[in-house]
Ligand binder design. Sequence first.
Ligand SMILES: [Zn+2]
Length: 137
Amino acid sequence: MTFDSIRHCREYVNLHALDRWQYRWETSTKGRISFEFFPDVFRRLEGPPITFSHHKSQVLTGHGNFGIHQLRLGKSENSLCPNCPDFDDDPVHRILECPLFREVQERIRESPEPGHLTSLRYPTLTMTKCLVHFPWT
Ligand SMILES: [Zn+2]
């Protein structure tokens, strides 16, 4: 392969690295909760910076007071939601489905910022709303 310039070569290498990163992110078995929030490496890099707090980090990684994490730590015998025995207790379940959080889900839907729960997979604004309105602790 030949390149017109160093800049052209650099652009090619950067794009190739991003493609490789995206492929690895999509096919990994790790970080699947984070993947639900940030499925697209390109979009995340182009999006606004995220300031992480203790609780926000727990939600975005699933490493908080969720059944899936308690099971991993050996602090629970299962990962299931205490209210919905057919579903794992994870941040996505709480944001989208769990009736225990219906009131907060409605508040998120009705909040004036753009984005809806259904656009969770393309997230930053929606996630910001979730993180502001949700009682994560
Ligand atoms: Zn539930």
